[in-house]
Design a protein around this ligand. Sequence first.
Ligand SMILES: [Zn+2]
Length: 156
Amino acid sequence: MARSAERPQKKTYLWCDRCRRSYDHDDLAVDGGCPVCGGGVQEMGRVSAIVRGLVANELVASDIRTKHRQLIRMIWTRNGMGERYYRVLGPDLPYNRFEARVTELLCEGAEAGWVRFVFPASPLSEESAYRLEFDDEERFVHELEALFPPKPLPPT
Ligand SMILES: [Zn+2]
């Protein structure tokens, strides 16, 4: 998504049709996709965004949950792990969507209990205090393979 350089003040919001809510430009994922689902977002003026939000019954309180997901996304993708998974699995989708799908899977896994995200009590802690722990690593592997089925090898 091209962003205009000659417009320092962003007076627009970004609407995600899948999540049925709007985001600030600052909330966006690095690649410009929706920070929650990784889908495309649509730039729109403040009033249009508010009207759409009202229609969709947008909840302002979901911001902190968005940040929680972003944190989970940062934990599992750091040190190039996201790219490594992407290369190994070779899925037919752009990297940002892949990241969003795996983040969603890990959130479901945390809900179901086969993965745990560990956060330190204080933000002054070492970065290594933020980590993920698998209760069932096999489950993760199976879920990944189900989401991104291995492709047949190309003829040599
Ligand atoms: Zn979305």
